[in-house]
Every structure is written in C-alpha cells, then in structure tokens.
Design a protein around this ligand. Structure first.
Ligand code: PXL
Length: 263
C-alpha cells in the first residue's frame, strides 16, 4: 500500500486535522502515518482550549522514522503551532521524493487563527513554496502572496515552482467553489449546495481527499471535483449547532471507499 505522512494536530473537539485526515486517507486506501504537531482539548476556534505543543519531539520522531528507513509516497502538512515545527518538516522533506501537499493553515474569513504570528506565517509560506500542491483558502492566499485577486495570487505561487494551487472557499454571488490553477489550465468547481456558513474541518477534508486521490493516480482537477462534491453533500446533511464543531463527514465516508479495491 502507498504511505502518507500526516503532519497535523490532534484536537479532541471541533472535527479537524488528524481527526479528519486519518479516516479520509485510510478510506481512500492509503496508509496514514500521523506525526502530531500538537494535541489540543479542542481546536482554537472555541472560547478556550488547552494545548500540548510537540515542537521539541518532532525532530526526534523524524530522526526515528529516518533511522528505521520509513519512506513515504505522500506528505500532507496542516496546522503548526511553532516556527521550529516547520523547520523540522523542511529538513524532513528535503531528501524525500514524496508528493508534498501543504495546506497552509493560518486563518479563515479574513482573520488569522489564534496564535498565528507574522513569523509563523512567514515560515508556513516557505513550506508552501516548496510544495507540489498548496490548498489555501482565500484568506490564506492573501497571507501567502499579499494578493486579494485570486488569479494573481495563484500565479505568484505557480511562478515560484508550486505545480498545483487549489484555492478553496471562493464565494461568488450565491455560490461557493474551489479553483484549481496549474501552469496551462485553470478550472472552478462549484458546490451544489451553499447556505452561507463556514465550518471547521472542511479545509482538512479537502486537503486529505486531494492527497489520497492524487496518491491513487488522479489528477488534481478530478481530485478537487471529488472533494467538492463530497464536502457539499456532507454540509447539506450536517446538523451543525456551532461552526466550531465541524461537519458530519463520518456518515458518508463509505462513499469515498467505494471502488478503491476489488474484493
Ligand atoms: O482546521 C484548521 C485548524 C486546525 N487545527 C487547529 C485549529 C484549526 C482552525 O481553527 O484551531 C488546532
């Protein structure tokens, strides 16, 4: 089986990060190997949370993985709570042939998430520019490139060597969609359901579906189409009281698993 390293936090509440990435990558038929950046009582959108930061352990864990000869087909990165964590990842990915998908988690709805300093955002930008695929939302694209214009922002990332830029949560009139930009092609995938909300963990759903699909041989365009359809179905059928709680993706995981493996 193909192997994917998932470098992200583990949050007890507010379905997101590894809590989303592990089941999604697994149901897509790829081995998920987590490297937690931090463990939180709940994701940082709630009014309070406790966090155990694993910064000092990450280089030790990567050393162990290298020492034991573990190698990966894909590396998916998400939430970081310290610049040194990103340095550890940059050192780890330097000698790897894996497909690197960097989800540059920094903020949403025009705001940075709690704890995202200029220095941390700058490091995340360095990682994003070294990735094959980057999946910023509109807020993160602006933080990465300084551009509010989506096409111009995506072109800046492409001209710095990123192969595929997926800009998520683009709002147009009464629609929302995700755009894929590659050197010679760009395409928008609209959600067939939009009621104006935004939910925890949908960026993690998109990034992990794209990673899993690409590792299974899809191109980024069809991977984003699958992710857009899945997230739209899940949001439509979620009973969400608080956006921080996340969406009810569990009910539909089986759909992603269909046709992955003949019995
Ligand atoms: O889904 C993004 C995310 C991941 N991890 C943590 C977060 C957030 C968004 O708020 O707080 C801990």
């Amino acid at each position: 089986m193909k192997k994917c390293a998932l470098i992200n936090d583990l949050s007890g509440f507010g379905k997101c990060s590894l809590g989303v990435g592990i089941p999604i990558i697994s149901v897509l038929g790829i081995e998920a190997h987590p490297m937690p950046t931090a463990v939180l009582s709940a994701q940082t959108g709630y009014s309070s949370y406790e966090k155990v930061d694993l910064t000092e352990y990450m280089p030790l864990f990567f050393n162990e993985w290298n020492k034991l000869g573990f190698s990966f087909d894909g590396i998916l990165t998400g939430y970081f709570s310290d610049e040194k964590q990103v340095d550890a990842v940059l050192a780890f990915t330097k000698n790897s042939n894996a497909v690197l998908l960097a989800d540059p988690v920094m903020g949403d709805d025009g705001q940075r998430y709690d704890g995202f300093t200029d220095a941390l955002c700058e490091k995340i930008k360095t990682l994003a520019l070294s990735a094959d695929i980057v999946t910023p939302n509109v807020t993160e694209l602006k933080l990465l490139t300084g551009e509010s214009d989506i096409q111009k922002g995506a072109e800046i990332l492409l001209s710095n060597g990123v192969k595929s830029v997926v800009v998520t949560g683009i709002k147009e009139d009464n629609k929302i969609g995700n755009a894929v930009f590659e050197k010679n092609r760009c395409e928008m995938f609209y959600s067939d359901f939009y009621e104006g909300g935004s939910y925890s963990g949908t960026g993690d759903l998109l990034a992990s579906i794209v990673m899993g699909k690409v590792l299974s041989g899809s191109d980024v365009f069809s991977a984003v189409q699958t992710a857009t359809e899945f997230i739209s179905l899940v949001i439509k059928n979620s009973n969400v009281q608080n956006r921080n709680d996340g969406v009810d993706f569990e009910k539909y995981l089986y759909r992603l698993g269909k046709n992955n493996e003949k019995e």
